[in-house]
Design a protein around this ligand. Structure first.
Ligand code: ADP
Length: 782
């Protein structure tokens, strides 16, 4: 054994192991004396012995192992740890159980010459006399010879137990935090598979925790959908988006529509998880249940939509009405005005809202008045109504009708006053115009002395003017109570009322005559013209009747009739004797052969005949007027009657072709002579008013329960305006033709009377220049 001092100073380090190596007798080992050790061994060994970190150096294929003090303190194995004398102990013996782990590694490095590492190995170590388990990382590097072949292995041992523990502690801490979080948390691996889920996640998703590890974040079992119900693709799930983009996703809202449960809304923040190298290894998703919030949101939106809708509706109404609509707060400030108000003021919304009455141009008296009214509405909680006139921006002075209404809050307190104002200028004007015209009319009606009355659409008389009271001596009230009808002469009452009611039904004008008892007790003749009244919309409102007292006229007429009748009678007697004198003289002149005198007497006889006809006509009229024409009706066949007329056609008619159409047996009840008189009148008119040589057609047919007789000529015809009046007494058409034709215009008048007294009708249709068709009808005998 060599003394220490003699050992060349090849091992420089201090420390127990350095001393042991220096003093160890290496001669018997495979590497021999220290002095013969190769440089690479010495360099590596010095490095090991100088290092404060646990290190081991294997040499000679693991037969020799050097280790430093740090290694011996930490990794000594066996009951008492490594002794200084284990320097030449075989590694497999020295490392005991751990050799199973270390051995192959060492061998691999020797074999391949590649460095190798064994990370975080949990191994049992004896430290400070205690056996404990610790994590170690072993980095094995070859120590090469000059040929580059590994001759030894340097193992640097780093204990990782501490940092692992820290991580574990951190993890545990984190888990505790996550477990108690109010949000659901899920952690996935890179494929989206759930590797961790917290209790809140289980609760929110009401899913058994054991099911989570079997699922991914977007497993179909979750029934994830977008908010609108579209199913969610895997790539659309926020955790997958976070992993795909490497960026966190915030506030991602989606829904869960699990069959049999109500729709659930979730909001999720997701972030990618990266390792130390920044590689994405998974994701974390944190979510909460926002179903209630969503429901509120939806409810809010619906409510908002409804409000919007209502607002639109109100807007539509308030901005399109010509009425003014507005609202005051309790400080008399306008908080709402519609378009009509703005138009009236000529202001914009911004200019008007929040302003008081005066600021919006109201005169002081007007503003004060409304302010008082607002106060009144607030105090009484009652609406008020008023009328006021003030100027409009463009229309000038207008009259307005307004209503102020209290607006209540839920507690029933008045919080505002709303108002509507209507422009009633036109209505007022119209009312004024009506009352003015009514006044004018009344003045006129009262002052004229004409009898004026109004009848309603149902026939009831609703108005009599003063003249009526004066005539009848009855008050308006008495007359209105149908006292009027009682005053009508019993003979006239029925025909007149029938005429009235008939015209009412037909809503046509009428003219009628009747006698009414006057206040003096005598009957007065009235001639009434009544016209139907119609509203502007065309509806019938009754009659307006004006009546004239025609008693004087009637009396005059009567006197005239009496006079005519008297004159006619007085004329008839001398005329009859004159005719007989003339006839006798005519015969005598003929017998004497005095042809000249005979001719003159014949002409005189013809003229006397005409005069007789005229006088008879007058007598007829006066008899008619006096009601003295007696109609003696008997059943008669019109065929026979027509035949007799045909036979009686006078020879003078040979100037015209008179054609009688064949007549079938047609029974009527008639006064034969009178009807013959009518037909003859028609025929002689036809002859009178149509050119010689023209044809006259006469026919009689039965139709609709009546026998109808027509006499058609090809004469001068009659203008429409004359046609109606032909049947009036003394009416003759004015015209050149008539000047030369004699007549008094009483023939058709008598015809009409006769036919009407038979219950038939009479009329004419005519075209001037073409011809006329005079006709009458008679009821058939049933
Ligand atoms: P007159 O004695 O004047 O003929 P009527 O009462 O018989 O009296 O007739 C009244 C008027 O009616 C006549 O004046 C004539 O203008 C008109 N008239 C009557 N018949 C005809 C007819 N067939 N054609 C044209 N006008 C006629």
């Amino acid at each position: 054994m060599q003394p220490l001092s003699r050992v060349p100073s090849l091992i420089h380090a201090k420390g127990e192991m350095a001393d042991s190596i220096r003093s160890f007798d290496w001669s018997a080992t495979s590497i021999g004396q220290i002095t013969s050790w190769p440089a690479n061994l010495l360099t590596a060994l010095n490095l090991v012995l100088d290092s404060p970190s646990p290190m081991v150096l294997w040499w000679a294929g693991g037969k020799i192992q050097f280790y430093n003090d740090a290694f011996r303190a930490n990794l000594g194995t066996g009951e008492s740890g490594l002794k200084r004398d284990v320097l030449d102990l075989d590694a497999s013996v020295c490392w005991g159980d751990n050799w199973l782990l270390i051995g192959p590694l060492i061998e691999g490095v020797f074999r391949t010459g590649e460095p190798a590492q064994l990370k975080d190995q949990l191994i049992a170590v004896f430290r400070n006399g205690v056996r404990e388990e610790a994590h170690w990382t072993f980095s094995c590097s070859p120590v090469r010879n000059s040929e580059g072949m590994p001759e030894g292995i340097l193992i640097v041992c780093t204990e990782t137990s501490k940092s692992n523990q820290l991580i574990q502690e951190n993890e545990q801490h984190l888990k505790r935090v996550l477990d108690h979080m109010a949000e659901g948390v899920g952690i996935t691996d890179i494929n989206g598979r759930i590797v961790y889920s917290n209790p809140m996640a289980h609760q929110i998703l009401s899913t058994n925790s054991s099911l989570f590890p079997e699922r991914s974040s977007n497993s179909p079992e979750w029934f994830n959908t977008h908010l609108d119900g579209r199913p969610m693709a895997d790539s659309e799930h926020p955790t997958m988006i976070a992993m795909a983009t490497g960026k966190p996703v915030f506030g991602f809202e989606f829904a869960i529509e699990r069959p049999g449960t109500s729709k659930m809304y979730l909001i999720m923040n997701a972030a990618p998880i990266t390792d130390a190298n920044g590689n994405i290894t998974g994701s974390v998703g944190m979510f909460s249940d926002i179903t209630e919030r969503k429901a509120t949101e939806v409810a809010l939106r619906v409510a908002k939509d409804a409000i919007e809708m209502q607002k639109l509706l109100y807007e539509a109404i308030t901005s399109n009405t010509p009425d003014l609509m507005y609202m005051f707060d309790l400080d008399y400030k306008f908080i709402y005005v519609n378009k009509a108000v703005l138009d009236m003021w000529g202001k914009t919304w911004e200019q008007a809202i929040g302003k008081g009455l005066r600021e919006n141009g109201y005169e002081d008296w007007h503003a004060s008045m409304h302010e008082r009214e607002i106060d009144q509405v607030v105090a009484t909680k009652q609406r008020i109504r008023g009328e006021v006139a003030f100027p409009h921006a463009t229309l000038g002075k207008r009259i307005y009708d307004y209503i102020f209404v209290p607006v209540f809050d839920e507690a029933g307190e008045v919080i505002a006053v709303s108002g509507t104002t209507r422009d009633i200028t036109e209505i007022r004007k119209a009312e004024a115009a009506i009352s003015e015209s009514e006044l004018r009319f009344r003045n006129m009606a009262e002052g004229s002395g004409i009898l004026i009355a109004f009848g309603s659409e149902s026939g009831e008389i609703t108005y009599f003017n003063q003249a009526w009271s004066e005539l009848t001596g009855k008050s308006t009230q008495e007359l209105l109570a149908f006292g009027w009808a009682d005053l009508v002469h019993s003979e006239d009452k029925e025909p007149y009322l029938n005429l009235y009611m008939d015209s009412l039904r037909k809503q046509v004008p009428y003219t009628g005559e009747y006698r009414i008892l006057s206040k003096s007790g005598e009957y007065r003749w009235l001639l009434t013209f009544a016209s139907p009244r119609f509203e502007p919309d065309g509806s019938f409102t009754g009659f307006i009747g004006s009546s004239l007292d025609i008693t004087e006229r009637k009396q005059n007429e009567q006197r005239k009739n009496d006079f005519i009748s008297m004159v006619s009678h007085e004329l008839k007697t001398p005329l009859t004797s004159t005719i007989s004198y003339v006839q006798v003289s005519h015969k005598k002149a003929l017998a004497d052969g005095d042809m000249l005198t005979a001719g003159m007497l014949e002409r005189a006889s013809k003229q006397l005949g005409k005069m007789t006809t005229l006088i008879n006509g007058f007598l007829n009229v006066s008899r008619l007027e006096a009601g003295k024409i007696y109609i003696d009706k008997r059943p008669f066949d019109m065929a026979v009657l027509m035949k007799e007329v045909e036979k009686g056609i006078v020879p003078e008619a040979s100037s015209h072709r008179i054609l009688f159409a064949p007549v079938e047996e047609t029974w009527t009840s008639v006064d034969k002579d009178k009807i013959e008189q009518v037909i003859n009148n028609f025929i002689s008119n036809a002859i009178k008013y149509s050119p010689a040589g023209s044809t006259i057609h006469i026919s009689c047919v039965s139709q609709d329960g009546y026998a109808r007789v027509d006499v058609k000529d090809q004469g001068i015809g009659i203008k429409p305006e004359d046609q109606e009046k032909l049947f009036d007494r003394f009416y003759r058409v004015e015209g050149l033709h008539n000047k030369s034709i004699s007549g008094f215009g009483i023939g058709l008048y008598i015809c009409k009377e006769i036919i009407e007294r038979h219950g038939g009708q009479i009329g004419v249709s005519s075209t001037p220049g073409v011809g006329s068709d005079f006709w009458f009808t008679l009821p058939l005998e049933t």
